[in-house]
Design a protein around this ligand. Sequence first.
Ligand code: ARG
Length: 593
Amino acid sequence: MLHSILEERLRAAFATAFPDTDVGEITVRPCQNPKFGDYQCISVMPLAKKLAAEGEKPNPRPIATNVLEALDVADLCEKVEIAGPGFINFYVKVEGIESVCKAAARGEHLFFEKTRKPRTIVIDFSSPNVAKSMHVGHIRSTILGDALSRLFRLLGHNVITDNHIGDWGTQFGMLLVGWKEHLDQVALEADPIPELERVYKLVNSLTKTDKVVADRARDELVKLQGGDKENFGVWKKLIALSETQFEEMYARLGVKFDHALGESFYNEKLPGIVEDLLDTGIARVTDGAIGVFSDGNLPKKQDPFLNQKDGEWVGIPALVRKKDGGFNYTTTDLATLEHRNSEWHPQEIVYVTDDRQQQHFQQLFAAYLRWRPETSAKLAHVWFGKILGDDRKPLKTRDGDNVKLKDLLNEAEERAFRIVDEKNSELDEAAKREIARIVGIGAVKYADLLPHRQSDYVFDWDKMLSFSGNAAPYLQMSYTRICGIRRKTEAAGHDASIQPDLLKLGEEAEIALAKKLLGFGLVLDAVGEDYRPNLLCNYLYELSGLFSKFFEQCPVMKSEAAIRRSRLVLCDLTARVIEQGLNILGIETSEVM
Ligand code: ARG
């Protein structure tokens, strides 16, 4: 926040000293090493290169000197220095920090700015499959995608979320056979998804040994694709049953979508797309199927249509039509991309899935750009690693099944309840259940967002439910504690209303905390640039740590009135940043815990 004020002033000074420079390139960022000040500008060197005449050596220091003459930051900085080859270092005054904090306390901002260049960003996330339980693999996509959506929205972008549900494909042939021949109605009514999974698994294994069953499944699929009334009806029912389950999970996770255009939405477009790819020479027939191959325009290592095998490069086509005439995942995704571009005109499309789909998206993006070279949208595959069990293998139940999201969330709430019950036995049952819900769901989400998204992480209940380590309960507790300070101050008969102008930073712990608050916006920008909510997790953890230090060293309630009022402002700002930060991560807070 303070950095952007300094940046603005520095740009103005640059424009005065060197009217022809492109001041948009000038940035001020926090200094990595506090020895060299609080903020730093390193943009003088590249600008000096541009300002130097042909053949002349760039000379940044005199440029920086001229700029400093035109710069007025006396109200914010103790000193400004030119260092090294031409860095400009800013040493901030306490009054400078105070003024930004006061503006935040007045509600003018919360240490971040809305973007000046709003983009339309489509985010494709969660995207579970019909007639299957959502499993922990979908949890990362859902949680990560939701956090990114919340962040971009908060920063002022036009975000469109789309749940690309897997509601079409060969699995429906088997599901149809299962539905017609093996369904246990009682089980279906009791809990539909496990029953659908059971018959699917059964038929799927039968098709492997029994040709009659395999043919039946194919026939049912062909009938469905041909619009057969009965099969279409069953398919609709399967979707409705799954939707109920998905909705229940999304409600618990607090996740909403603008659209849920499943794969089936694109059915009619697929034949035309394949024709077009053939006509333009982007795809060709291979072994009876149709696929997109390397066009040889990329270096081999970067070519998604080539893989190295035993030292040789082998072609890996992206298939768009199978031998039997059916279409592939890539075909649907090409149609989806086309639809999103023509319908929403986004500047960016983000896909959130696990690491196993990397080659799929590389091929998809490459094929699409060959087909639609005029595309200007940035296409990003935001992939993530696996959730591992204690044995460091992908998390499974004791029976070797995928862990179901529902069971996981139930257990999280149950474990959280036991902790809350122990800590707060005086609360009534309903209140304890509500806190347990907030803590349990928050813990699961935070555990998922804290590691770098591309690394695998070990699922650990004790760690994620910790009230002292880097975990959601600890941050939620910090927020609750701060709310408690104000309540207690009021209860003691003091005026605890927030008076922004009474903020006065004196102690080191106060200044350190306030400086951290100032950095909130930069962290949010960094999260958006790299799609990395873990940066925000770590920021909030550090902020809470600085708050604890402040609270140990700087009494609030017991201080004299002026200091108390000032510290209450700082408490309030910290609580608001923690609350906002957790909200971006999709994590709720509670004033009592
Ligand atoms: N349904 C897919 C799965 O469960 C994920 C879909 C991701 N989105 C996409 N446009 N391909 O693996």
